[in-house]
Design a protein around this ligand. Sequence first.
Ligand SMILES: C[S@@+](CC[C@H](N)C(=O)[O-])C[C@H]1O[C@@H](n2cnc3c(N)ncnc32)[C@H](O)[C@@H]1O
Length: 405
Amino acid sequence: MGKRIKTKIIDYGYDGEGVGKTDGKIYFVNGAMVGEEVEVECYQENSKFGRARLVNIINQSNLRQSAPCPYYGECGGCCYQHTSYQNELAIKKILFSRQLKKLGYQKESRVIPSPIQYHYRNKIKLFIKGGHMGLKKRKSNDLIEIQQCLICKEQINEAIPKINLFIKQNSECFSHVIISYIGDRGNIVLYKTCSKTIDYQNLISSLAEKFNICEVYKSQTSIVYKKAVRKETLAIKYHIHANSFHQVNERVMLELYNKVLDLLTGKNILNCYSGGGLLSGLLCQNGKFVTAIELGQKEHKEAEQLKALNDFKFMKNIQGDCGKILDQLDDNFDTIIVDPPRAGMDDLMVKNLKNKDFKRLIYISCDSATLIRDIQRLKLKIGDVYMFDMFPRTGEYECLVILDK
Ligand SMILES: C[S@@+](CC[C@H](N)C(=O)[O-])C[C@H]1O[C@@H](n2cnc3c(N)ncnc32)[C@H](O)[C@@H]1O
């Protein structure tokens, strides 16, 4: 058992955890709120700071509420269920503003909330260990077995107990499973770790009505059951490949894409890190000429299929690394959109962007720290800044920054 101390919470850390100061040392306490006096147990400590578990609230904030999820606190996913959504947004805004100040940006960011705070996620990754399937505990590799996840769509929650049952009978053969549900059909992707042939009949009987099922073994994907269903968003037709990238909160995704449309300058658009092509399609639908660059094979194929299905003549999909491709493109673009993964842009991409002639850069990111780092390297003028709450109840959010030459 770690050392127990009493501390008063004076601030929030980057993941929304309470920050207390006692005897000159900073303590990060998950689930503690500013203004509260709490008793905590340290589980990690050095000479400057410590991480501690909330044991007892001596003086409770009036913004505190009880969390609806039975796994909350132990599970590493959500971190704001103990307070109102309004307060969560206020905290996220403060944290983002603090990051923006590093760029000398003093204005307020515009916040776009999620219309729903639970049952919005269309994808979950569950880990399998010792016969259990679940999520990772906070700051740990241990699992917490779950039967549902309140931020996931209902269809995913209906599937979890059925997959759990199947995993209990075959647990030694799988490392993790990814369940997704977009439109009116989902995908279950099971990652196998042994060569044994698995009998999927029970899983097919209980889940095939709503889900395609496939297994991945040594990077090879085999279809267990598939019914091809075409999806349609904003009158754009497309197919989804098992496990390709898609924004997890479709309602906030539409807000984000419509904002991008509003913010475009000119007709020639370069969409970097373009994913399955839905945003590119929306831009084409609105009369733009779009060149899209995407590294992932599955995502590139999806974008090509989307282009063909919708007859988008002014959509050009290129498969490859953005930094390398950008160097080979001679075209002049009015607006460049970048939406890299959490790690942000690499040196080559930053260098080639700096050498490119364009009027406006729209930078979308799900990690404000790498966004700030990249903007510092790009040395462009910052315009408006937006925060899209793509991931309610968790510490994450999506940001959009306009950068003009
Ligand atoms: C955050 S997602 C954005 C996808 C898309 N903008 C959307 O809204 O669906 C990032 C995408 O970048 C792709 N990607 C990662 N590294 C890349 C690279 N070096 N060059 C091009 N694409 C890359 C990933 O495969 C993924 O589809």
